[in-house]
Design a protein around this ligand. Sequence first.
Ligand code: NAP
Length: 283
Amino acid sequence: MTAIILDGKALSSKVLDELKTRVTRGVQPTLGIILVGEDSASELYVRLKKDACTKIGGEFVLKRLPASAGTRQVLAAIDAFNNDSSVDGILLQLPLPKGTDAAECLAAISPEKDVDGLNPINLARIFERKPGFVAATAKGIMALLHANGVELAGKRAVVIGRSPDVGIPIAGLLLAEDATVTIAHSKTANLAEVCRDADIIVSSVGKAGIVTPEMVKDGAVVVDVGTNFVESGGKRSVVGDVDPRVCEKASYVTPVPGGVGPMTIASLLENLVEAAQERAATA
Ligand code: NAP
């Protein structure tokens, strides 16, 4: 079997075109971005998010803080965006420098402006099956699975990774669509055995090649969230968590790059446009 590639780049481009039409006909959204420190990967992700925001006709305000800022300064920046009526949505780019409390900062983002969906109130809403902003990466993965007709109800899913930004929300969304979900993590005994029964594997670990063909049953759907920068022959490139040989066994695989990454950005902007429309409707 050769896996079908779940093309996140193509689908995200379609989503962004649709958002542009919505923005042209309706409200212009503004994204408030907080970037702390000078991590090169974070700089890249913020640039991609700014470009996509511009592409749909939205505006952004970028608040840069030094790596030494600390929790209090980040909280002050969040507070300023929370109280700025011209800002519809807030993106706090992760990871934050060591010593800055990410959980406290994410909890301080107003749930109505939490377009990345990482405030604990919005995370809980996934499990409560209540409306709210869904974490952008998890929302993007579901959109990619739905667009390709991947069936979820009654399927066995293994999510590798239990972070509040990826593993937990995607597990909640799969559960809400009636998959039987196992969450694996660094203390899981015999990960290969746990995965071998799965119809769907979502890997969000951040370790290149951790998902090997031996862990994947024939015909499984494999979603690769991992973003790992590797050096080879003096060249830096990005690879996922999934060993490329998995394509010989799986039915569907998301590529890295070009799979989950672009869908995360599209979903963030979908949330932003919704936030702007909600603001306009209640103004
Ligand atoms: P994280 O907070 O570091 O979480 C990693 C998770 O992997 C943890 O739950 C950890 O378990 C688990 N883990 C580590 N080693 C393991 C092992 N040997 N076996 C099984 N589980 C193991 O990272 P994250 O924020 O969730 O991100 C994960 C990856 O996704 C990173 O590469 C990140 O760059 C990428 N990412 C991509 C996107 C995108 O849009 N494409 C978005 C977000 C993140 P413990 O909980 O036990 O420590």
